[in-house]
Design a protein around this ligand. Structure first.
Ligand SMILES: C[S@@+](CC[C@H](N)C(=O)[O-])C[C@H]1O[C@@H](n2cnc3c(N)ncnc32)[C@H](O)[C@@H]1O
Ligand code: SF4
Length: 360
């Protein structure tokens, strides 16, 4: 059975005002001691199930590019020693531009990382400042250049639908981004999360209509440059989809290591979610089914009904209301075959409505 492993590194150089991911700003972290804990957690999860083959590993954060490459190597060596691994193991890492460490990307590649996702967020200095980033545009462009030199499989993250951002500005920025020749792009609309500095300052997200307009322009421009959308916020040149995230959206099993990591495992006939430290909680098949529906409809390929049944143990037709699906089909919000159901591009803009109608 295929397995993903997610390694969460919760430390950052500073806290961005929009971010509600679990992260701490702390200097002098005892990396080797923390990684010792990661290694013993890996051993623990290995002991729970003998049937897995590791297909993808993802270092996420926080800022995992602050993790010393020698610590990354320790983690990778451990995983490879514990599990059989796929021949084309995908090993991704999220990095922040960091000009204080000029050989960062070379060192990351040497440590075994083979897919690099760079958090750029904006390609102009005014918005980078607004987003509270520690890098400017010059640093971002030079980091992108180094990423391209050191990796074949690369991606950047951008946040759009920023307050005051005009359609014209976003089109210009997107064209510039597409001309960088990256294999993958993750483009997220800014959300204002409770408890963040942005929320405390009363910053408002883009109005719904404006956000929809920006989204439509985004998919159009990216398609012109040969990027295929495969999930609401993710676009890739052919063959460069993030396999780790696809596994997650499909509902495949994965182990989560590190403070903010969760995991999903099948053990015997039980579905378990895991949280740090080694907390295993049984999940009801109906709860998992709902999650699979929410994640699957974000994907352009939609939901494969057999996989859905395999992962949650509930027959598709017993979970959904077929009459509601028929109405959604008439409204041109979903399409359905005997194998599969997917949201149309209109449906993806009204996903909450679609999900509510399908699961009753
Ligand atoms: C785990 S986070 C950060 C990774 C990395 N530390 C960085 O800052 O680039 C992954 C991505 O989520 C996105 N993100 C975080 N907070 C967001 C928000 N409030 N709205 C939209 N996108 C957000 C950013 O694009 C970010 O790169
Ligand atoms: S966006 Fe990235 S760098 Fe900024 S606080 Fe969140 S995890 Fe840290």
């Amino acid at each position: 059975m295929r397995l993903g492993i997610y390694i969460h590194w919760p430390y950052c150089r500073s806290k961005c005002p929009y971010c509600d991911f679990l992260s701490y700003v702390k200097k002098n972290v005892e990396q080797s001691v923390l990684v010792d804990g990661y290694l013993s957690d890996l051993e623990y999860y290995r002991s729970l199930n003998d049937e897995y083959k590791v297909d993808t590993i993802f270092f996420g954060g926080g800022t995992p590019s602050l993790l010393e490459p020698k610590q990354i190597e320790r983690i990778l060596d451990k995983i490879i020693g514990l599990w059989p691994t796929a021949d084309n193991l995908e090993i991704s890492l999220e990095a922040n531009p960091n000009s204080q460490y000029p050989t960062l990307f070379e060192d990351l590649r040497q440590s075994g990382i083979n897919r690099l996702s760079l958090g750029v967020q904006a390609l102009n200095d005014k918005d980078l400042k607004f987003l509270g980033r520690t890098h400017d545009m010059k640093e971002a462009l030079s980091a992108i250049d180094l990423v391209k030199k050191n990796f074949d499989n690369h991606s950047i993250d951008l946040i759009y639908a920023r307050p005051e951002q005009t359609v014209c500005e976003w089109k210009k920025e997107l064209n510039q981004v597409c001309n960088l020749g990256l294999k993958h792009l993750s483009l997220y609309q800014l959300t204002i999360e409770e408890g963040t500095v942005f929320s405390q300052k009363g910053i408002k997200p883009a109005a719904e209509e404006k956000a929809a307009e920006l989204y439509n322009i985004t998919t159009q421009i990216l398609a012109d440059f040969g990027y295929e959308q495969y999930e609401i916020s993710n676009y890739a040149q052919k063959g460069y989809e993030c396999r780790h995230n696809l596994g997650y959206w499909h509902g495949d099993d994965y182990i989560g290591i590190g403070k903010g990591a969760v995991g999903y495992l099948h053990i015997g006939d039980k579905i378990l979610t895991t949280t740090h430290p080694r907390q295993l909680t049984e999940v009801l098949p109906t709860e998992r089914a709902e999650e699979l529906l929410i994640m699957g409809l974000r994907l352009n390929e939609g939901i494969n009904k057999r996989r859905f049944e395999r992962h949650c143990g509930i027959k598709w037709q017993d979970f959904v209301c077929q009459q509601q699906i028929n109405e959604l089909i008439k409204e041109n919000l979903v399409t359905e075959t005997s194998e599969n159901i997917k949201a149309t591009s209109n449906g993806r803009l009204l996903l909450n409505y679609v999900i509510e109608k399908i699961c009753v």
